[in-house]
Ligand binder design. Structure first.
Ligand code: NAD
Ligand code: MG
Length: 388
């Protein structure tokens, strides 16, 4: 048995926890190099005691003294701040599980790519904001990207052993979120508490709100555009409320391959951890007879305009997807703070896009500058409550 080294970026989050749950079941197979978190020193210290990484890193430097004290007797290195996060991500490992939420994960993902290793990418915002730059770096450094987002992992599995040139259409499935059946009038009354109750998946707050607005599927459309270059016109979205079919690939001969599984992120994460092998997971097997039926319906861009905005941003390309992503991150935070209504998330994203169209970025630094500027503009718009 060969022991493989792994770093988990965003170890304290939902995807981080699912990853570490799988690793804890086969601890003899893994050597943990870096575990990172934003500001939750207690949870990171607890994980560090359990998984014994070389280094535990907090992005929020102000919490570093606490982390340091909590791990003082362990010999585990501790570090804090954005530069330390990048340095930890740059330590050579067999596999990096990239599960930081938001564009905050972009620079660490790039640092991992530059090591030429294998990156299991859950952090979709990194790919949305810097798709061309990241995919070019993957090619340049001989790195491997394993899509961890369940839809993209499904597509990756459906493409195995086939040629992408033979693909007629790729269909991303969407649960439709908690408001799938709500009217426009009802959507205006949706509270953060209601939006945080996803019908099928248990996830971090940001992606759960993105699922409620369908921006999650919009971001995933852009993500798919970079991971599977078949052309945007061949990428489509279908609502599938049971979240059992995770996505589909249709070939030119009329065959459609789909990947099915329970709505548990440990399935796609396990597929990345074991790739190209398979591993056991504790996930309940699918019981299709008990489910009885799987249903599908079209998306409704009138009630959920986010997918239209994302498709337009992908078509525009360049810096525009980074603006869309940054504005969405700001608007989601404003909704969670109770400052704006749910339908205003997409409205503020659209308004930010209409007032800020920077030229295409040539480097990671350019993308980060666009991200900062777009956040600034979106902040000002939401704070001035320009949309009533
Ligand atoms: P989460 O909020 O539960 O966890 C996010 C992690 O990132 C935490 O460890 C947090 O400490 C860290 N983090 C947050 N802000 C940071 C910052 N500024 N700097 C450094 N670290 C920071 O999120 P999640 O649900 O686990 O999602 C993580 C990523 O995976 C997101 O991009 C999400 O879209 C994607 N994803 C999640 C799921 C899911 O089921 N949760 C499924 C598919 C894709
Ligand atoms: Mg997904």
């Amino acid at each position: 048995m060969t022991v493989r080294s792994i770093s988990v970026l965003g170890a304290t989050g939902s995807v981080g926890a699912s990853t570490l749950d799988l690793i804890a079941r086969e601890p003899e197979q893994w050597r943990v190099v870096a575990l990172t978190a934003n500001g939750n020193a207690e949870e990171l210290a607890r994980l560090a005691r359990q998984f014994r990484p070389e280094v535990a890193v907090l992005a929020d430097e102000t919490r570093l003294p606490e982390l340091h004290d909590m791990l003082a007797d362990t010999g585990i290195e501790t570090a804090g701040g954005s530069q330390a996060l990048i340095e930890a991500a740059a330590r050579p490992v067999d596999l990096t599980l990239a599960a930081i939420v938001g564009c905050a994960g972009l620079a660490p993902v790039m640092a991992a790519i530059e090591q030429g290793g294998t990156i299991a990418l859950a952090n979709k915002e990194a790919l949305v904001s810097a798709g061309e730059i990241l995919t070019a770096a993957v090619a340049k450094h001989g790195a491997t990207l394993l899509p961890t987002d369940s839809e993209h992992n499904a597509i990756f599995q459906c493409l195995a052993g086939n040629q992408i040139s033979q693909v007629r259409k790729i269909t991303l499935t969407a649960s439709g979120g908690p408001f799938r059946t709500w009217s426009v009038e009802q959507l205006a009354t949706a509270t953060p508490e209601q939006a945080l109750k996803h019908p099928n998946w248990s996830m971090g707050a940001k992606i759960t709100i993105d699922s409620a607005t369908m921006m999650n599927k919009g971001l995933e459309l852009i993500e798919a555009h970079h991971l599977f270059p078949v052309g945007l016109e061949r990428l489509s979205i279908i609502v599938h409320p049971q979240s059992v079919v995770h996505s589909m690939v249709e070939y030119r001969d009329g065959s459609t391959l789909a990947q099915l599984g329970p709505p548990d992120m440990r399935v796609p994460i396990a597929s990345c951890l074991a790739w190209p092998q398979r591993m056991e997971t504790p996930c309940a097997p699918l019981d299709l007879a008990a489910l009885g039926s799987l249903t599908f319906e079209p998306t409704d861009e009138e009630r959920f305009p986010a997918t239209r905005l994302a498709r337009q941003a992908a078509e525009a390309g360049g810096a525009i997807p980074a603006v869309l992503n940054a504005a969405n991150e700001v608007a989601v935070a404003a909704f969670l703070d109770g400052r704006i209504a749910l339908p205003h998330i997409a409205a503020y994203v659209e308004e930010t896009l209409s007032c800020y169209a920077p030229p295409a970025p040539a480097s990671l630094a350019d993308v980060l500058a666009v991200d900062r500027e777009a956040r600034d503009k979106a902040h000002r718009l939401t704070e001035s409550a320009s949309i009533a």
